[in-house]
Structures are given as C-alpha cells and as structure tokens.
Design a protein around this ligand. Structure first.
Ligand SMILES: [Zn+2]
Length: 174
C-alpha cells in the first residue's frame, strides 16, 4: 500500500500496515498509518448489507401486507356464481344475480347486507345495489345461496360482483 507523509507529502510504499507509528525519512514527521482503504471497503460492505437488509424487510412488509389483505376476505365470503338475464311478462329485461355466501370462520356470523357492484372492463364502478340476503345468521362452514334481481343496468357492464356492505367496495383502478 502507499502512504504519504502528512507534512512533506513524501510517498512511501509499504508491504503491510505497521502496528507502530512511522517516521518520515525526509522531514522526521511521525504518524500512525491508518487503514483507510480497508475501512472504506468495510463501509462499502456495510452499506451493501444495509441495502440488502432493507430490501428484505421491504419484501417481508409487502408479503405481510398481502397476507393481511387476504385475511380481510374472512370470515364471510360472497361469490357471484351466475348472472342471468330474464324477460318478465311485460317484456322488460332483468338481470338476475345468483351467488352464495360462505362462512369460512369457526363462529356463527350475522350476514350483513350485500352490495352488488357492476363494473366495466376497466374496473370502474358503474352501479351499486344494496340488498338484504334472506339468511340472517350463518353457521361455521355453512353456505347460503342468494338470488337478486337487479334494476336496469347501465351500458358497458362487464363484471358483476358481490360485496358485504360493511366491507370495502373496490375503488376505481388507477
Ligand atoms: Zn515528511
């Protein structure tokens, strides 16, 4: 390694870092050779380690967040099984939503109101209709089906989904 006298700037070549203070042969200045380059390497390593650690923590946070989101689905799950269109005796077109509510928890749960959300192909909410399912209580592991006739649907509806009134309705994407 190369060292330089702080006083007269004379450069010397050393094979290794001396444990004792060195004395400049030119001006007689005495100083302790510091392990500056190695220190920097350690700092670089430490910085890289910190970056790696924060990346890992961030990944863990993302996974935890994802799992928490998934857990929000319970204890009740509402699924739309089929959407049919029927024409009544007056020739009016109706949309019938058939689905089921499942209790995936270990306890009896009251069934909240359901909101049928109609979205377009980009996920924008076009219409929302709230209704009360026939079942009021759902045993652990039990499934109850529902059928609801929607009022006139706006144009462009691509997807119809069911959500519980006290759970959050998906917001417009973007
Ligand atoms: Zn010197």
């Amino acid at each position: 390694m190369k060292i330089k006298c702080d006083f007269c700037k004379t450069e010397y070549n050393l094979d290794r870092i001396p444990n004792t203070p060195v004395k400049c042969a030119v001006c007689g200045h005495e100083w302790v050779v510091t392990t500056q380059p190695r220190k920097n390497a350690w700092l670089m390593f430490f910085a890289a380690l910190c970056a790696l650690l924060s990346a890992i923590i961030f990944t863990v946070a993302v996974i935890t967040h994802h799992q928490a989101k998934k857990a929000n689905r319970g204890p009740l799950i509402a699924n739309v099984l089929s959407v049919e269109t029927t024409t009544d005796e007056n020739g009016l077109l109706h949309v019938v939503v058939n689905g089921e509510i499942q209790n995936v928890s270990d306890e009896i749960y009251g069934v909240p109101d359901l909101i049928i959300v109609s979205t377009d192909d980009e996920g924008r909410v076009l219409a929302q209709q709230k209704f009360m399912p026939s079942a009021t209580l759902l045993d652990s592991g039990a499934t109850v089906s529902f059928s609801h006739i929607l009022s006139a649907q706006p144009a462009g509806v691509k997807k119809i989904s069911a959500h519980f009134a006290d759970l959050q309705v998906p917001q417009e994407k973007k």
